[in-house]
Design a protein around this ligand. Structure first.
Ligand code: NAP
Length: 297
């Protein structure tokens, strides 16, 4: 790694992030791309700390930074501008520092869609999807599905009111697609069974022994089942979905993709060939060294 008087900064702000995979993943890509950047973890324990971090960023040579739990919503109010998809998701995971202006983006939704495309050949156009969860990652997934022209979207959540609020917010953008909110109980069976795509966007599965967030008998051959969790190679959902004959996509390809998209934003060049394979290998090696904790990226 080259560090000199021209080195620019990038990084991740969140808490806890001590076992984050992002520094390994990003720094490996910068090396291959010959970018004179360094990616650092910035562990910030409360919202006051987040505001102080953002103030510091404004006077330091940052190209941008990623944002993870628990600040993806709080950072919205600290950005000067927020891109449309991040506004729709009400969550920012990538900030671009552009001539003193902080512009918030969300690359999780497109990251999910690109990962589904590359790992499972899945195109959401005209397809039915069931998203389990209604937090920032689930909302970003819904945005990705709307942009990808999915025909039917069901958001299934423990607190159904939270899913209802997300769906209501998305309604103006649906362009003929249907969207509904359902509680995470048996009433979601039809929506999950009939879905072409089922996505887990909850932390269920992070801990050894966690059950699948949906009953195994709701899953079947012909479906693509994606678990956003990447800290464990085989969650219960991944296992039961594979046993049911579904095509399974883990969370690591999405993690790599959302990071690669951040590099594209910061470098201002969508033509730059971000080495996803290098990033994935670096993330896998970092994961093997330090299994991550709940909520970390
Ligand atoms: P979040 O905003 O905190 O939302 C968490 C969601 O999970 C909420 O809908 C919550 O339901 C639900 N939930 C939590 N514990 C539950 C339980 N025990 N039973 C049922 N539902 C439960 O989190 P987030 O930022 O959306 O992230 C969600 C997951 O996605 C995390 O595991 C995160 O690591 C992962 N993620 C992965 C990637 C990737 O690149 N692979 C990117 C982003 C996020 P309530 O509304 O009822 O509380």
């Amino acid at each position: 790694m080259r560090i000199d008087g021209r080195t620019k900064l990038a990084g991740l702000v969140g808490w806890p992030i001590d076992k984050s995979l992002s520094p390994a993943m990003h720094n490996a890509a910068y090396e291959v791309l010959d970018l004179n950047w360094v990616y650092l973890p910035f562990s910030v324990q409360d919202q006051k700390g987040l505001a102080r971090f953002v103030d510091a960023v404004r006077s330091l040579p940052f190209v941008g930074f990623n944002v993870t739990m628990p600040y993806k919503q709080a950072i919205l109010g600290l950005c000067d501008e927020v891109a449309m998809f991040a506004q729709m998701a009400e969550a920012v995971n990538t900030v671009h520092c552009l001539d003193g202006t902080l512009v918030g983006y969300n690359t999780d939704g497109r990251g999910l869609i690109e990962a589904l495309r590359s790992e499972a050949g899945f195109d959401p156009a005209g397809k039915k999807a069931a998203i389990i969860g209604a937090g920032g990652a689930a909302a970003a997934a819904v945005v990705g599905l709307i942009v990808g022209k999915a025909s039917d979207i069901a958001m299934v959540n423990r607190s159904v009111e939270r899913a209802e609020a997300v769906i209501e917010r998305m309604r103006p953008y649906l362009r003929g697609a249907t969207a509904e909110a359902l509680p995470l109980d048996r009433s979601a069976r039809e929506a999950v069974e009939s879905a072409d795509l089922v996505v887990n966007a909850t932390p269920i599965g992070m801990v050894e022994g966690d059950p699948s967030p949906v009953p195994p008998e709701w899953l079947h051959e012909g479906q693509v089942v994606c678990d956003m969790i990447y800290q464990r190679p085989e969650t219960d959902l991944v296992r039961v979905a594979r046993d049911a004959g579904a095509t399974v996509v883990g969370g690591l390809p999405m993690l790599v993709e959302q990071g690669a998209l951040a590099i594209e934003i910061w470098s201002g060049a969508s033509q730059v060939q971000v080495p996803r394979d290098v990033m994935r290998r670096a993330a896998e090696e970092a994961l093997a060294r330090h299994p991550a904790q709940e909520g970390e990226r």
